[in-house]
Design a protein around this ligand. Structure first.
Ligand SMILES: [Zn+2]
Length: 350
């Protein structure tokens, strides 16, 4: 009952641009938008129809120098290529890592990119003549998961567990942003005031305890304490420092110490999930990001902890905690979906 079946239609991911066949016939001509998902390591782009069908897609590495001028030039090249595959696109949506002002579409700051106070919406609109919307990457991913997954969720939280922890809160079928677009940073709710220092400067944020970065930290401590253990050996064999990925591999091979680190991480994630489900009554909590690729290794202990710390579970059942439907495609699909929702006849309707 926990698993969600594969999405209705998925495009292949990765590599350079490719067109996807089998586009359905629509009685009414579907509108299409370009969705762009800007991450710390790659920029994913796609032409997406209203029902989430990916018509064409393209992925580029995030340039070493990710300042706004370099990034704008890259996005414009990607838009041009995608538009050449589907000329009828009506708008552009962008999901970007960082703090994004809504609806002005200014990215104020991002932890893993060099751009600051980047007026990306205005630059895209003036260069392409298309209306554009810009939002936080986890927000748009949450929108895709809520509206285009196998089940329609009006009340849902997406928590992405990767290098950091991102979140998108969908309430009443709409992204929750707050007055300026700065809402919903669940990765930085404090779950342990005496916990490790977070990248944001505080102590004991959920991100400091339940992200891939946390797994890297605890994995290095474990390797230092036990140089003959599998975590240390795997890193040595590869000639790399211990990372969350190495710990994940060790856990998948059944190494008890690595499994224990995973369970600790998942328990903290469950504490965060319990807190979120105490604030909101939700149809589902969806877990995305790279770490969820481990499946039940993460999800089983996370569900157990979420149930342990749930408020009044006898009358207030915990919503299902599910892996994401769209995985790493959620950002670009959600960005395009957001553009189609918020544009009409060449104008942004925020
Ligand atoms: Zn933090």
């Amino acid at each position: 009952m926990w698993r969600r079946s594969p999405p209705r239609q998925r495009a292949n991911t990765g590599g350079t641009w490719r067109a996807t066949g089998g586009v359905r016939n629509h009685a009414v001509v579907a509108r299409h938008a370009i969705g762009l998902d800007i991450g710390g390591t790659k920029v994913a782009g796609a032409v997406v129809a209203e029902d989430g069908t990916v018509v064409a897609e393209l992925t580029e590495p995030t340039p070493e120098s990710s300042d706004s001028a370099t990034m704008t030039a890259l996005l414009l090249r990607m838009v041009e290529t995608l538009r050449s595959k589907k000329s009828e696109v009506t708008s552009i949506g962008v999901g970007a890592a960082g703090t994004v002002e809504w609806p002005s579409g200014r990215i104020l700051w991002a932890p893993n990119n060099a751009y600051r106070r980047w007026n990306i919406r205005a630059e895209l609109e003036s260069a392409t003549g298309l209306p554009a919307v810009v939002d936080n990457d986890a927000n748009v991913a949450g929108l895709a998961e809520a509206l285009l997954g196998d089940t329609l969720y009006r009340e849902m939280v997406l928590i992405t567990v990767g290098t950091g922890i991102g979140s998108g809160i969908v309430l009443g079928g709409h992204i929750y942003r707050g007055p300026h677009g700065f809402g919903a940073e669940l990765g930085h709710i404090v779950v342990d005031p005496n916990g490790p220092r977070c990248g944001c400067g505080k102590r004991g944020c959920l991100e400091a305890l339940a992200s891939g970065t946390a797994l890297t930290r605890t994995g290095r401590e474990a390797a230092a304490a036990d140089p003959d253990g599998l975590i240390a050996r795997l890193a040595r064999e590869r000639g790399v420092a211990v990372t969350g990925q190495i710990v994940t591999e060790a856990a998948q091979q059944g190494d008890p110490r690595a499994v224990e680190l995973f369970q600790t991480l998942a328990r903290w994630l469950g504490v965060g999930i319990a807190s979120v489900t105490t604030i909101f009554e939700l149809d589902a909590v969806v877990i995305g990001g790279g770490v969820v690729d481990t499946g039940d290794l993460l999800l089983t202990p996370a569900r157990e902890a979420a149930a342990e710390f749930a408020y009044a579970p006898q009358v207030r059942p915990l919503p299902p905690v599910l892996p994401s439907t769209f995985g790493s495609d959620a950002g670009k699909i959600g960005a395009a979906l957001l553009a189609l929702r918020h544009t009409d006849h060449g104008k942004v309707v925020a």
